[in-house]
Write a protein that binds this ligand. Structure first.
Ligand code: GLN
Length: 475
């Protein structure tokens, strides 16, 4: 089991190590590893070192710093960082420097975390492999001929490679859990509304949620303690007390009821992934969990529903990139309509254009009822499946992804097969509930398998506890 950031923070608090020492050791390792895996769009070595010195000197003066002050972290390049370029890995925002921090960025800064840089992603978070990034692809640190997953590709690759282990990403249909599974780290998609989306560059606002990556569940719990909670700047933020997730890890798993949905063990599921997950379920049982079969009958409709709703919302969210206020502008247009058209033609990549067109189509008069409205109705049925299952069980378990990491180029020309990478993750976003991917062994080629645990709304305390005990049992 890797040394946790929580353990490293204890050393910082006891002055066994300084933040400067941690960052000084990390920078050359990060830069060297990054040349191999391309996790970062922007590396902030100098700023990070300065910030670490500042934290150390405040600590030396006896100032009350938070328990995690001085720990390094990476931030996905769709979270606004004041004064630091935030690209969304798109040509459209290649030179965009936000004038403010996203709420989560403000929170990690206030807690004394050191931001090491901004991580690569699929353009506007649309994709499952990093191949849709308009900048470059990120490699899977386990096997560089393979994709790291997406869209939080750089965050997952950096977390797995420990450059550094702590990272923030976002998940609209699987973008935290799927790359965490592919790279062999932990990734949590919190309940919708638990973490503020203020300052997150929107893809699909009813699905987007920010969450942590780490090597240990314990570190995910620690980061949730920092980033969760109500934010008046986000109208969808939940105003509820947030438990202490680290404390919540304590105790045992006796009597926890875990549902195994029969619809998640289907034909397209790779046999080795299936075998690892079945072993994982046995481990949960050996830890005292009771497992029962549950049914999520509308699972089959998840992907179609997700791609109608996320593209509809994307077409509306991305309408703002017209060359007028910020981002790329075509400079040689005849009039304003021509400018907007040319700006968008140049600024967006193929997948983004595909989604804008699909989304515009499902929202257009004449098709709205047949596609968008119907998708909203099916979304409700998917949510009801989970509600009914959670009447019987505390959590649900299954694979995070149908396969392990695939090779670059394998799916890039076949959008539908790429979309199927989200088959077990996107329904969780549609239902607005929480899900975590925890490492669950590897296939015969040594590629990581991720086990997904799913919780009812705001069930993260138990979710993290079960995931933590599972991870500890495997080490
Ligand atoms: N892979 C999914 C998509 O392309 C999920 C993306 C995400 O969660 N941001 O839409």
């Amino acid at each position: 089991m890797p040394e946790s950031a929580v353990a490293l923070a204890k050393k910082l608090q006891n002055k066994e190590v300084s933040s400067k020492e941690i960052v000084q050791e990390l920078i050359p390792r990060l830069e060297e590893k990054d040349r191999e895996i391309n996790a970062y769009v922007t590396i902030l070595s100098e700023q990070a070192l300065k910030k670490a010195e500042e934290i150390d000197s405040r600590r030396a003066k006896g100032e009350e710093l938070g328990p995690w002050a001085g720990l390094p972290i990476g931030v996905k390049d769709l979270l606004c960082t004041e004064g630091v370029r935030t690209t969304c890995s798109s040509k459209m925002l290649e030179n965009f420097v936000p004038p403010y921090d996203a709420t989560v960025v403000r929170k990690i800064k206030d807690a004394g975390f050191i931001i090491m840089g901004k991580t690569n992603m699929d353009e506007f978070a649309m994709g499952s492999s990093s191949e849709n990034s308009a900048l470059f692809t990120t490699k899977n640190p386990v096997d560089t001929s393979r994709v790291p997953g997406g869209s939080s590709a750089g965050a997952a690759a950096a977390a797995a490679a420990g450059i550094p282990a702590l990272n923030l990403g976002s998940d609209t249909g699987g973008s935290i859990r799927q790359p965490a599974a592919f790279c062999g780290c932990v990734g949590l998609k919190p309940t919708y509304g638990l973490v503020s989306r203020y300052g997150l560059i929107a893809f699909a606002s009813s699905l987007d949620q920010i969450g942590p990556f780490a090597q240990t569940v314990e570190d995910c719990a620690m980061l949730m303690n920092v980033i969760a909670g109500h934010d008046p700047m986000d109208g969808t933020s939940l105003d509820r007390p947030v438990p202490d997730y680290l404390k919540g890890l304590e105790g045992d798993l006796k009597g926890v009821k875990v549902g195994v949905p029969k619809e998640y063990f289907i034909e397209g599921l790779n046999s080795e992934v299936r075998a690892r997950i079945e072993e994982g379920i046995k481990t949960l049982e050996s830890l005292g969990c009771e497992t029962v079969e549950v049914s999520l009958p509308h699972t089959d409709y998840g992907i179609a529903t997700y791609y109608f709703i996320c593209t509809a919302e994307a077409s509306s969210n991305l309408a703002r990139y017209d060359g007028v206020v910020y981002g790329h502008r075509h400079m040689d247009a005849s009039d304003i309509v021509d400018m907007a058209a040319k700006t968008r033609a140049e600024g967006f990549g193929d997948e983004v254009k595909r989604r804008i067109m699909l989304g515009t189509y499902v929202l257009s008069a004449g098709f709205y009822d047949a596609y968008y409205l119907k998708a909203q109705r099916v979304r409700r049925l998917i949510k009801q499946d989970f509600d009914q299952a959670f009447e019987k069980v505390d959590l649900i378990v299954g694979p995070t992804t149908p396969t392990t990491a695939f090779k670059f180029g394998d799916k890039v020309d076949d959008p539908l097969s790429m979309y199927l990478a989200d088959v077990f993750t996107s329904s969780i976003n549609l239902a607005g509930i929480g899900g975590i991917s925890v490492p669950c062994g590897a296939d015969s080629q040594g590629l990581p398998v991720g086990m997904q645990l799913i919780c009812p709304p705001l069930g993260e305390e138990k979710l993290l506890k079960v995931a933590h005990h599972f991870q500890m049992a495997g080490s």
